[in-house]
Ligand binder design. Structure first.
Ligand code: ARG
Length: 283
């Protein structure tokens, strides 16, 4: 069946792109290390240079500020090395905060830590989740939809819970490749209803759904996906992504975006990059 496709407004090739200032929440990787393995990228036997992780992270933080974005910081908690991946902490739309509930015990305390931050910073519409969801790791917000990943971490029940809370249609997408265990490793929102994704990370049915709804999407090759090229953050004009994703950067340039490559190699050892480190606060 063919649904009415959502076309990105206006011709997507070479069109003028307008950046919109954003508000982000980040967590300095002061306690970052890899002491357990809960995804295919983590290897506790491989040394991690925490100082280098902090330096690389600071470049991302400075970059956001130089682009005119506001960045809030949450205090890192000792013993929660994955807290640097702030995207997982919650999902925020229209000032409504949908808390995270982690699948793995190692990260369980991060959910309440992030919710406390939001409560302490004036957010009153805060939802404590009943079912497992890992925040913006698996929920990506376009103009009209919440795209939601399941298969490894977040659950379909969590998707329905989010749909009820936000009152937005949630589209469940099944991830099938353990290297792409969160939706934000396989798909990224560029602007409005314009997205990019790596088709092979999804089940056949979910691929068909994406083709139906987003016929204009940027399809990303394996070489760019496996260096976390899709773990990107866009402000509608600038797209911050891992610098190794060279072909993808060229695809984005042809679409009128301005790709900015950055090196987060230490944080890649935990299975995350640009987007994982960035929670968008949509007020
Ligand atoms: N080590 C973390 C985990 O496996 C990495 C999370 C990456 N974050 C993301 N938004 N994909 O949970």
């Amino acid at each position: 069946m063919t649904l009415t496709p959502i076309h990105a407004t206006g011709p997507s090739r070479g069109r003028e792109r307008t950046p919109r200032p954003r508000r982000y929440l980040m967590c300095r990787p002061e306690h970052f290390e890899v002491t357990y393995a809960i995804n295919a990228w983590m290897d506790p036997a491989k040394p991690v240079d925490t100082q280098r992780a902090v330096m690389q992270w600071e470049r991302l933080y400075d970059l956001y500020l130089s682009l005119g974005h506001a960045v809030n910081l949450i205090d890192p908690v000792p013993g929660l090395p994955d807290m640097v991946y702030a995207a997982n902490g919650a999902t925020v739309v229209d000032g409504k905060v949908f808390g995270a509930r982690f699948r793995n015990a190692e990260r369980a305390s991060e959910g309440p830590a992030y919710l406390d931050w939001f409560r302490a910073h004036g957010f009153t519409d805060v939802h404590e989740p009943e079912f497992i969801n890992e925040g913006e790791g698996d929920f990506l917000v376009t103009e009209n939809f919440v795209l939601a990943g399941w298969g490894f971490r977040s659950t379909p029940e969590g998707h329905l819970e989010a749909q009820e809370f936000f009152g937005m249609p949630v589209i469940s997408l099944r991830l099938t490749d353990p290297r792409y265990y969160h939706l934000d490793t396989a798909l990224s929102v560029l602007d409005g209803n314009e997205i990019m994704y790596y088709p092979a990370a999804f089940s056949a049915g979910s691929r068909a759904v994406l083709e139906n709804i987003f016929p204009d999407a940027v399809r990303v090759d394996e070489q760019d996906a496996e260096v976390f090229g899709l773990n990107a953050v866009s402000d509608g004009h600038h797209v911050i992504l891992p610098e190794a994703a060279q072909m993808l950067a060229e695809q984005l340039r042809r679409r009128g975006f301005e790709p900015i490559g950055i090196d987060l190699s230490e944080l890649l050892k935990g299975g995350g990059s640009v987007k994982c480190c960035t929670l968008e606060i949509r007020a």
